[in-house]
Design a protein around this ligand. Structure first.
Ligand SMILES: [Zn+2]
Length: 375
């Protein structure tokens, strides 16, 4: 996978990821489309938002409708009609968090479906096979994630297992790539490793060194953060982890976060983000604007004829007033979910776009200060 680093400003980076379904300028925020659908939106909304990549969830799509079904229907892109890129997670996190009794063992994760209680076993190869069927542009390896705080012994076990599984994954992936080349087939699936180690400097370093030594990964994710530690600890962990990740590969901070978290992580050299926050908060009535967060149900918006965010040019802000959104929210109207989700995603996408422009102009520090004031 080609990743061109265009500019570095302090530690913040601007680059371009070249994928089969279009270029991705970085830093980038990836809207979460768990079920091959960003909640309340369709592919036309995502195209209007100019989202170059979205995330889908391996665990959910494997259980329903199943990856073989999606393969038969032309992979995620054809199935959903979203023609840009998809990143899929490994499913390990959901197998663990959603299942009533998941068990991590040497070879993988044994879990019960949260839908019908059926038993399944995710191994490093199995989750890649699912992701090949989905035809993901970027696939994540299976990792062993630990909630924080956790005993050092458990975290050590997690990074050892994660490294072992990563090795197995990259060997399998290289074999698949080789087979595709031999057969003259297109092969557009790229693979990212996941760094673990809690908030421990030595363990993060050990994990980063192990994974970097395997060489062939297309990118590196930082996993196991935003799982209970404080924001300051998360920022510190990024400070001491990122120097051990390869400079020429994209870095992806999984599942993070607030606008402030994103800007702090960009300042430390992270290139990619995903989080349910913009869409989930939108549905719950919290909207992100250039004036700060807004609770749309508040009666102060009842007669407010201004657009939601005067500096935003999204579909919602172009067409509707705060008063109308306030009314739709209070009335529980379906259209509220779409309009609010469009705006919050537009806010996140413009945050990373503006950060990128500031980096390219060598003015990231000024931009950072401005954002920190309002977030
Ligand atoms: Zn807007």
């Amino acid at each position: 996978m080609e990743f061109n680093l265009q500019q570095v400003c302090g530690n913040a980076r601007a680059g371009i990821l070249k994928l089969a379904h279009g270029e991705v300028p970085t830093p980038i925020f990836m809207p979460v489309g768990t079920q091959a659908s960003v909640k309340a939106l369709d592919f036309m909304d995502l195209l209007a938002l100019k989202a170059p990549i979205i995330l889908a969830n391996t665990y959910h799509l494997y259980l329903r409708p199943n990856d073989e079904v999606i393969k038969q229907l032309g992979g995620l892109h054809n199935f959903s009609q979203f023609p840009k890129n998809f990143l899929t997670d490994s499913g390990g996190f959901q197998a663990f968090s959603l299942s009533s009794n998941a068990k991590v063992c040497e070879e993988g994760i044994l879990f019960k479906s949260h839908i019908d209680g059926s038993k399944h076993f995710f191994t490093p190869k199995k989750v890649l096979d699912i992701q090949y069927n989905l035809n993901s542009d970027i696939m994540m390896v299976l990792d062993d994630l630990v909630g924080l705080p956790a005993p050092a012994k458990r975290i050590l076990e997690s990074i050892n297992k994660t490294s072992f599984w990563a090795e197995e994954s990259i060997q399998y992936h290289n074999l698949k790539k080789y087979q595709a080349q031999e057969e003259g087939r297109e092969f557009n699936n790229h693979i990212f490793a996941i760094n673990q180690g809690g908030v421990d400097r030595k363990l993060r370093e050990m994990s980063a060194r192990d994974l970097s030594a395997m060489g062939d990964f297309d990118g590196y994710a930082i996993g196991g953060l935003a799982v209970g530690e404080s924001n300051v600890m998360m920022y510190e962990t990024l400070d001491f982890t990122i120097p051990f990740l390869p400079k020429d590969k994209p870095r992806y901070l999984m599942g993070v976060g607030t606008p402030r978290d994103i800007i702090e992580a960009i300042a430390r050299g992270v290139d990619m983000f995903d989080c349910v926050m913009p869409t989930r908060n939108a549905r719950n009535g919290t909207l992100f604007t250039n004036e700060g967060k807004m609770a749309i149900k508040s009666t102060r918006f009842k007669l407010d004829a201004k657009p939601l965010d005067e500096k935003c040019s999204c579909y919602t802000c172009t067409n509707h007033t705060r008063a109308y959104l306030h009314h739709l929210f209070r009335a529980g109207e379906m259209s509220y979910f779409r309009l609010a989700s469009i705006h919050n995603l537009a806010y996140y996408l413009s945050l990373v776009k503006n950060a990128r422009e500031a980096i390219l102009q060598g003015k990231f520090e000024e931009f950072y200060k401005k954002i920190v004031e309002i977030t």
